[in-house]
Design a binder for this molecule. Structure first.
Ligand SMILES: [Zn+2]
Length: 70
């Protein structure tokens, strides 16, 4: 996922938002309420939560193995 910081392309407009998108291309479809296009100001990679779940599972397994008698 992507965390995208967007602002309005109209300098007179104060609109800004942070959105989460699956595809970076979706940012091009965003339009401000005033009718101007949104401009991407910053893009950050937003790693899905399941990656940390995988890490926790691996950690739990390692813990179980080390707890077993040799
Ligand atoms: Zn605007």
């Amino acid at each position: 996922m992507w965390s995208i910081d967007i602002v309005c392309s109209d300098p007179e407009c104060e609109w800004q938002a942070e959105v989460l998108l699956d595809e970076l291309e979706e940012a091009e479809l965003l339009v401000c309420e005033c009718g101007h296009c949104a401009v991407v100001r910053a893009v950050a990679r937003f790693d899905a939560v399941y990656l940390s779940v995988d890490g926790a599972t691996a950690g739990a397994r390692a813990l179980a193995l080390s707890a077993e008698p040799a």
